[in-house]
Design a protein around this ligand. Sequence first.
Ligand code: S3P
Length: 444
Amino acid sequence: MSHAHTPRPLTSHRSGPFAGRLRVPGDKSISHRALMFGALSTGRTRITGLLEAEDVVNTARALTALGAPARKTGDVWEVLGRGVGGLTEPSAPLDFGNSGTGTRLMTGVVAGQPITVTMTGDASLSRRPMGRVLKPLKQMGLQVLDGDNDTLPLTIRGSSELVPITYALPVASAQLKSAILIAALAAAGETTVTGEETRDHTERMLQFFGAKVRTQRHGNQVAITVTGEAELKGGDVVVPGDPSSAAFLAAAALISPGSEIHIDGVLTNPTRIGFYDTLREMGADVTFQNERSEGGEPVADLRVRTSRLKGVRVPPERAPSMIDEYPILAVLAAFAEGETLMEGLAELKVKESDRLAATAAGLVANGVAARVEGDTLIVVGAGPRGVKGGGRVVTHMDHRIAMSFLIMGLASDAPVTIDDATFIATSFKEFRPLMESLGAKFEG
Ligand code: S3P
């Protein structure tokens, strides 16, 4: 996407009932990692079901510019690996568009290569904190040659002689954890990261590619150790459906009377499904059917039926397992009966937008009583009265704010308009056609 673009407003109208059986595109987190670990391996990596959204395409382009070509042949993406330390200096800045995951994980990749790289991104990404990643990587030997040590653009230089570290994560961030674990592959010795448990795709996939990874658990705290001077070997990766994308479809079915939808092949990794656990506590009829394992990750077919939802308290310790689902959960809470309290949401302030503020503002614009108290989001559900809608929502270059409020408009009394649908393509360009195939009405 070009950085200057013309906003494309989009309106959703009350529609449904929603019915059908479909799949959602591949998981974004796993897609980024499959490409990067393929590049750090020897031999070829073949990826089936890779998410072909802008965020991931930017990662594929960046790796190609670093000398590890990633391209699609037939239905499969192939990465030609260069091995840990084998990437080459790109001739131009790497543009990560809107993607925090692409940028932060790639900082870990570059850390272990003796090359200089400039990283850039769009206006949203250029506001997001990178200092959290640079701090531990600088302890390992990464140099920041140009930039303010926190936000893009940044010019960094990696090293072939990284030092292993032990690092306590100051925030529950899988991106930060992963950047350190990826850099650790190139360090001379064992690197350990400790902190609250977050999505574990890096650990699972690095092991699959042949790295030595050890995880120790104490309650919801984990200590993960990676052995350095690793030799990764390329292989075949199957990417399951993204549970964060499926969340929008599931939400539409829950709040539109008479709906039943089936979403096949969705990732059900326990570190990713806090949203579905919360839905069940709210009284939602959501079941995981045909549970199985695909490519080292648990997968199921989801069945979702319209449900009368009730407000709940979502505890802060659940946040890491549903961090991207709070905007859509808040929309569901607006339709529920009673109050929903979502606690421990400080990290939402530094996503593609300040999602805490953007979600509350979108709700209020549509006649829902919502407020932020510290790091807590409180939504007073309309219950049988129904949600008014009729508002215009400012999306702040944030795909998940855009999709959440379009879902709201599918079940509210008056249509909901978002100011810009452009950024939906960063993670889920099939969102509109898939929703339309279930019966949704959009205009714009
Ligand atoms: C991701 C981690 C999360 C999440 C993002 C994807 C990942 O970010 O919000 O969409 O793939 O590691 P944080 O690590 O910043 O919480």
